[in-house]
Design a binder for this molecule. Structure first.
Ligand SMILES: Cc1ncc(COP(=O)(O)O)c(C=O)c1O
Length: 393
């Protein structure tokens, strides 16, 4: 018997398909049709712009979505951890870029991975790491494929493309006998500071212009730059008019999207493929409050696009079938396992009796998805599969 029927039947609008109602909550739902649509659209965008798509797999970290993301393209992928790299290498992905500054202490594993796939590329943006790679490649008698990370304005990592020392580092990398220099890579994470598609497009052009200009400077200095790589979900959803000079793009979040992407105008609400199924565990009418069993360990404490919606809360409540939204309901507080939802009027609580399920759209699907060991894959309200992501590092 479902939790809903034990505690009182939900109203007709919130009827639950039996399979969904049997799921233990909180749990993660992925809408297969939306993921297929999102991944096809991005593959078309990359083709239209004349660039290779090397999708980032960090949002979902599961094989099934990775396979959808590479459809129609050359099969290369981007990962954020060595655990992802091992997992995807184990499942037939042959060309992997680890798009994270190389920790010198992890070179053993990096060489192990490089042995198992056709191409495994790592990032450098520092002389100390270059020198360690020089020592290790010489000691092992084996080369390593390296990209130079460039800062196009996000200021998280990467060399300043206007600093002469960045060219000098590139020259030292190229001169390092054990390094196969593959090119330059940048990520416009500051596209997430945008408020509108127009603001995203300004960052998209900046991301392109900075990395292409740097590649040109290297070439003028006699350095071959086969790869010029950029990408984030906002800058590929609202791309620059052209990507001349760019060879590949690496968006990732678009497979699932989330409320952040909706808020900045990178996608529509109906493109959000990931949600959390939770159960109402308490009613507090005097506080106009529902309590749900999805706390910080089911939703993450990411406040999402708070620069656009300062009072957006920790996600958005929708009905189990996803068809009804409750924009005035606010998830105001999360503790480890408790989520508190404030509703505009106490009588609104009757829509979700204690024991009934509801869905939450996440602010940031990368962080929320990472909290679950399995994704229940749905088509409409029917559960059609279970996808198991890789976790940890
Ligand atoms: C280096 C790098 N490349 C690409 C991406 C993908 O960007 P997004 O998550 O916006 O799709 C990320 C995301 O963090 C990243 O760090």
């Amino acid at each position: 018997m479902s939790e809903a029927s034990q505690e009182g039947a939900p109203s007709k609008a919130h009827d639950v398909a039996p399979a969904l109602s049997e799921l233990k909550t909180p749990c993660a739902l992925v809408d297969a049709e939306i993921v297929e649509r999102n991944t096809s659209r991005m593959a078309e965008t990359a083709s239209r712009l004349g660039v290779a798509l090397r999708p980032h797999l960090k949002t979902h970290k599961c094989i099934e979505v990775g396979r959808l993301q590479v459809r129609g393209h050359f099969g290369g992928v981007t990962v954020s951890t060595l655990a992802e790299a091992r997992f995807f290498a184990d499942h037939g992905f042959r060309d992997i870029t680890w798009a994270f500054p190389l920790p010198p202490g992890q070179l053993d594993e990096v060489f192990g991975l490089a042995d198992r796939v056709d191409q495994f590329q790592v990032l450098l943006d520092h002389e100390v790491t270059r020198a360690r790679v020089e020592e290790e490649t010489a000691r092992r008698g084996r080369p390593l494929s390296v990209l130079l990370k460039v800062d196009c304005g996000y200021h998280r990592a990467g060399v300043d493309p206007r600093d002469p020392e960045s060219l000098a580092l590139a020259q030292r990398i190229v001169a390092t006998p054990g390094i196969d220099f593959r090119g330059v890579l940048t990520h416009a994470g500051h596209s997430y500071d945008a408020r509108t598609p127009d603001e995203i497009r300004i960052v998209s052009r900046q991301e392109r212009d900075e990395v292409v200009a740097f590649a040109r400077r290297l070439r003028q200095a006699g350095i071959e730059v086969p790869t010029v790589s950029l990408g984030s979900t906002p800058t590929l959803c609202v791309p620059a008019e052209h990507l001349e000079g760019v060879t590949e793009v690496r968006p990732g979040n678009y497979a699932f999207f989330d409320l952040f992407q909706v808020a900045v105008g990178a996608c529509r609400r109906e493109d959000v493929a990931f949600s959390v199924l939770a159960t109402v565990v308490g009613h507090y009418p005097e506080q106009r409050k529902l309590l749900i069993n999805a706390g910080a360990l089911a939703l993450s404490k990411d406040l999402g696009a708070s620069h656009v919606f300062p009072d957006g809360g920790f996600g958005r409540v929708v009905s189990v079938d996803g068809g009804t939204e409750y924009p005035d309901w606010k998830i105001t507080s999360l503790s480890q396992e408790h989520g508190q939802v404030i509703v505009p009027k106490a009588d609104a609580l009757s829509a979700f009796p204690v024991g009934s399920p509801l869905r939450i759209l996440p602010n940031h699907s990368c962080l929320t998805a990472a909290l679950f060991d399995v994704y229940h894959v749905v088509r409409g309200n029917e559960i059609i599969d279970a996808w198991r992501p890789i976790r940890c590092w």
